[in-house]
Ligand binder design. Structure first.
Ligand code: ZN
Length: 465
């Protein structure tokens, strides 16, 4: 058999099992899995030595915002730096959110986002579509699903940006997407009460006293929980499929678990920042850097989210990458309502989940692969092309060392960010090698990919596992 590349001698970790085998790659695909492939080859394939390493399906990050105009600026990682960061983080596929601005159609939003990716993306990508005006945009949904974009997002907040959806819009979208085999993603926060709390604390005296910690004080857990509860109710009565993005609270995990037990089609993801950071950071030096939306919560929420990953109500980890540099974050000038909300994440997702999850025995290595690679691909309609090590799948592979740690230092990373939420942490799980559709994009921890290689990947029906 002829191979272009053979990954030799590693331990192959899938969501279900770990085996010792080689992986044979030809063109863009995995064409063989088995022992002794090198001896069976006809002519000179490149041999990648994976002895002592885990060989996993490359990560699938289903929640990124690259070059997003937001909070009065544009997020600092674009399709160039963002997808280089993904590659070095062992991620071969990202899903961004195309958002229509003003009166733009869904098609125009897709075209705009495609324009950002064209010629720049180093790994594969897809888009979710944000619904910012259901009545105006609902007529286009069927066409978008047919183009391979079956997942849509509604924001339950962000009225001032013109993005907010009300209950009728969510109800209508869940019904429509149910019939089309699509899925509705929601940013679940309770806007009216949130606005009331922000208004109450948005005074010079309060801002002087609490600084960036007001971001946490104005978003207690019930702000997320009430919105998740309401979205679940609409999923229940419509029998539509709901996906809660960036779930940050233990309360949310409780609600999702209960609804799943009742047979409601609801899924939820969380992000490394909610698993490995907590809101005491807001009170410290440079606390404002850590502002994300929703914000990082308490240690007890972290524990509950880890437990949710283990027991299943939290199906996946994504990054919600939305990078802002120190200069951009400085726009807050002491006013917590003006902090650009978001942080870099693509390069550190796998290392954080591996180190905090597997090495601290909260997850098995198979569960790590399930949550970062396989489940996100399944839920978003990319499986088995992505997120799996099997013959016929895209050769999207990451090779990681089980214990060797590297220190996080933004200066040595691909991100355009000049700080890291995990600066100085010693983490295992960085990609020694990453492949995307058969092409090596990271070799010995160095980026070796190229701009324009990454391709739009149309997706099939998403949904419950
Ligand atoms: Zn987001």
């Amino acid at each position: 058999m002829r191979f272009d590349t053979i990954i030799q001698g590693g331990r192959l970790v899938a969501a279900a099992e770990t085996i010792r085998a080689d992986v044979g790659i030809r063109g863009e695909k995995i064409v063989a899995i088995g022992k002794g492939l090198a001896s069976a080859q006809v002519s000179g394939a490149k041999i990648v030595d994976a002895r002592g390493h885990y060989v996993i399906p490359a990560g699938v990050d289903v929640h990124v915002h690259l070059a997003l105009p937001f909070c009065g600026t544009v997020s600092a990682d674009d399709y160039d730096s963002g997808t280089r960061a993904a590659a070095c983080g062992g991620i071969s596929t990202v899903i961004d959110f195309a958002i229509p601005y003003g009166k733009e159609t869904l098609q125009q939003a897709v075209d705009n986002w495609q324009g950002r990716a064209d010629g720049r993306a180093c790994v594969d990508y897809s888009f979710h579509l944000a619904i910012t005006n259901w009545e105006r945009q609902k007529g286009e949904v069927k066409k978008m699903v047919a183009q391979g974009i079956p997942t849509f997002k509604q924001f339950m907040i962000y009225e001032s940006q013109g993005w907010q959806s009300d209950d009728a819009a969510m109800y209508g979208a869940l019904e429509t997407l149910r019939d089309l085999g699509g899925m509705l993603c929601v940013h679940a926060e309770s806007s009216r009460v949130l606005n009331l709390l922000i208004e109450r604390h948005h005074t010079p005296a309060e801002m002087k006293r609490h600084g960036a910690y007001l971001h946490a004080m104005t978003r207690p857990n019930f702000i997320e929980a009430e919105a998740i509860q309401r979205a679940i109710e609409w999923a229940k009565v419509t029998r539509g499929c709901l996906y809660v993005v960036h779930m940050s609270t233990g309360d949310g995990a409780d609600l999702v678990k209960r609804a799943q037990e009742e047979g409601v089609h609801v899924l939820a993801e969380t992000c490394p920042q909610y698993l490995a950071l907590d809101d005491r950071l807001f009170a410290g030096k440079d606390g404002h850097l850590y502002a994300t939306c929703p914000q990082i919560k308490k240690p007890r929420d972290q524990q509950r989210l880890w437990q949710g990953l283990k027991s299943g109500e939290v199906c996946a980890v994504s990054t919600d990458t939305c990078t802002f540099s120190r200069r951009q974050k400085a726009m807050w000038k002491g006013d917590f309502t003006k902090i650009p909300m978001g942080m870099p994440g693509l390069e550190t997702m796998l290392p954080i989940v591996y180190t905090e999850g597997v090495l601290r025995r909260r997850l098995t290595v198979n569960q790590f692969v399930e949550k970062c690679c396989t489940a996100p691909a399944k839920v978003m309609g990319l499986f088995p092309r992505k997120g799996s090590l099997q013959v016929g799948a895209d050769a999207d592979i990451a090779i990681i060392h089980p214990t060797k740690k590297r220190q996080v230092d933004w200066r040595k990373m691909q991100t355009n960010c000049d700080w890291s939420p995990f600066q100085g942490r010693e983490l295992a799980g960085f990609a020694a090698h990453t492949f995307c559709r058969g092409r090596q994009v990271v070799e010995d921890y160095r980026f070796v990919g190229r701009n324009g290689y990454g391709r739009f990947i149309p997706r099939a029906n998403p949904g419950c596992l």
